[in-house]
Ligand binder design. Structure first.
Ligand SMILES: Nc1ncnc2c1ncn2[C@@H]1O[C@H](COP(=O)(O)OP(=O)(O)O)[C@@H](O)[C@H]1O
Ligand SMILES: [Mg+2]
Length: 251
């Protein structure tokens, strides 16, 4: 079967226009299962829009997206999540008045309902409890299980967002600026947590901070004005004159 060797994610010559604005212009990439990628570039480069075309929130104006070997160019976020795509957002999307566990339970239930429809409720509850315990452990939040989200620090809230995405048991995880707005110490912790995630999980990370991004991944795509201006391993990206010029211009 050809799908067995297909990349887990294939973006093929995608362009996204919003009225007169071309947010993404002719972008292609192929992510193999288990790989770790970063998409970097200055503000307004088209990073988040590219993520939205992968998750199904935005449909490409031209070009195609394939996830798990299937054409998802016209798919929806809900369907893609059910197929195994997890995503965090640039801006926090948590239920502030609920506890950490309650937030996670909502995410895990959505997954359990679609996956184990034939299971007895008690068995599903057991699966959800185990899943919550596991992701809290991975994101160093076990001590905050019963804390109301509004009482968490900003850094802990960003950790919880990754935990929420993992609660759905994704095969590929898209992280949109997980270290944005964090203190230096929180950024280091976030880097270590992402680094420590399962190597079976495919990760595509958007990160404005080039140093954090380059430490975490084996492959980098650099966007500027919606276009790919460089692609390669972290070493070659660090040494790339065009990339340095873009970052000097924007910082
Ligand atoms: N819904 C939208 N409508 C109109 N323009 C948009 C929309 N979303 C993004 N854009 C524009 O597309 C460009 C890329 O934005 P974005 O993908 O958010 O960049 P990044 O995440 O790299 O900062 C920007 O010029 C932005 O203003
Ligand atoms: Mg963005």
């Amino acid at each position: 079967m050809t799908t067995a060797v297909a990349p887990i994610l294939h973006v093929d010559d995608v362009t996204v226009r919003f009225g007169g604005v071309t947010a993404v212009s002719g972008v292609s990439l192929q992510v193999e299962r288990g790989a770790r990628w970063a998409v970097i570039g200055p503000n307004g480069a088209g990073k988040t829009t590219l993520f939205k075309t992968i998750s199904g929130e935005v449909h490409p104006t031209t070009g195609r997206v394939h996830l798990f070997g299937a054409d998802t160019s016209r798919s929806t976020p809900y369907k893609n999540a059910q197929s195994g795509l997890g995503r965090t957002y640039q801006v926090t999307e948590l239920f502030q008045a609920l506890t950490v566990e309650e937030n996670l339970s909502i995410a895990a239930q959505a997954r359990a309902r679609s996956r184990f429809a034939c299971w007895r409720p008690l068995r599903i509850k057991g699966w959800i409890d185990e899943r919550i315990t596991s992701v809290l452990d991975q994101l160093h939040l076990s001590a905050e299980r019963h804390t109301v989200v509004s009482e968490l620090s900003h850094g802990e809230q960003r950790q919880l967002e990754i935990a929420l995405a993992l609660a759905t048991e994704p095969e590929i995880l898209l992280l949109d600026e997980p270290a944005a707005g964090l203190s230096a110490a929180e950024r280091r912790l976030m880097r270590d947590l992402v680094e420590g995630l399962s190597r079976d999980l495919t990760i595509v990370l958007i990160e404005h901070d080039m140093e954090i991004a380059l430490e975490l991944v084996d492959h980098v795509l650099v966007l500027d004005n919606g276009q790919v201006i460089a692609e390669g391993d972290p070493e070659s990206i660090r040494a790339d004159d065009r990339v340095q010029a873009v970052y000097l211009r924007s910082d």
